[in-house]
Design a protein around this ligand. Sequence first.
Ligand code: ATP
Length: 319
Amino acid sequence: MIEVRNLVKKYGQQTAVDHLNFTVEQGKIYGFLGPNGAGKSTTMNMITGYIASTEGEVYINGHNILEEPEKAKKCIGYLPEIPPIYPEMTVWEYLSFAAELKKIPKGEREKAICNVISQTKMEDMNHRLIRNLSKGYKQRVGLAQALLGYPEIIILDEPTVGLDPKQIIEIRDLIKGLSKRHTVILSSHILSEVSAVCDYVLIIDHGKLVASDTPDNLSKLMLGSNSLELTVKGQEEDIRKALDLVEHIEDAVFHNSPIENAHEITIKTTGQEDIRENIFFALADGKCPILKMQSTNMSLEDVFLKLTDDKEEENVSSL
Ligand SMILES: Nc1ncnc2c1ncn2[C@@H]1O[C@H](COP(=O)(O)OP(=O)(O)OP(=O)(O)O)[C@@H](O)[C@H]1O
């Protein structure tokens, strides 16, 4: 449906988007997640043909966005970060104008506008001046404009920025409803939004894709390289001997404990095995009582923070 190949955007010396590769499949909601300045808007502007890439290609349903822009753009409805709305027009006038720009045949315009007005639940606002609408409704007008012409793909850049919590919930519900008929890509720096709305998450940082998977899998994958926190009583040597007998331990790091004759231990496990019981029995045999044992649960928020940490960490693109 959308194929992004080796996409690069440079502004002078600065690389805003750095060799991005990903594919978007039909009928899902994709979240494009990253901190401010990560390159989300720049990527969306290249996918939608607003700006040209420095290198790389974007294919929309097999059409290269730069070589066959008309065909490619016909498949896309775009709501940029700042919606292109005209405050002095009524909702109906603006959508008529947008329908004309999208080259929807004259005879089909009224029906198309009625449809998007109903989809965005704006039936009572048709004749209101856009300038007098609340921010939430202005966003709906932008969304209605993106939906005009039945594009298969809807791209929304930070669609809930600046809205109040009630408006945010309403817009999110509208977006969820869109996936029945459209493939949706939305960008956001809000984790809860992406977890609540998206089937699939692409995490971008400094212009690079650092992870892409379902929100659940991302948490699980991070758990794979994960750790247990223990407080154990006994001599370090005895504890180490006992732990040596347990499979799937990659690493055990001992720290001082405020408790006398005890150690705090961070155990890194390999694979997805739950080895807590094995650790329990091994330490019991070694006569080293466990005072505390806890597996670290990573939320999507932890994953995001770990992956987009400012420190140049190891390359995690293999996720
Ligand atoms: N027209 C431009 N000229 C020069 N630099 C730009 C331009 N547009 C974006 N940039 C830079 O490219 C980088 C990526 O910006 P972009 O707006 O794509 O990020 P973003 O992830 O959408 O951030 P935000 O969430 O703040 O909108 C930033 O460092 C930004 O300053």
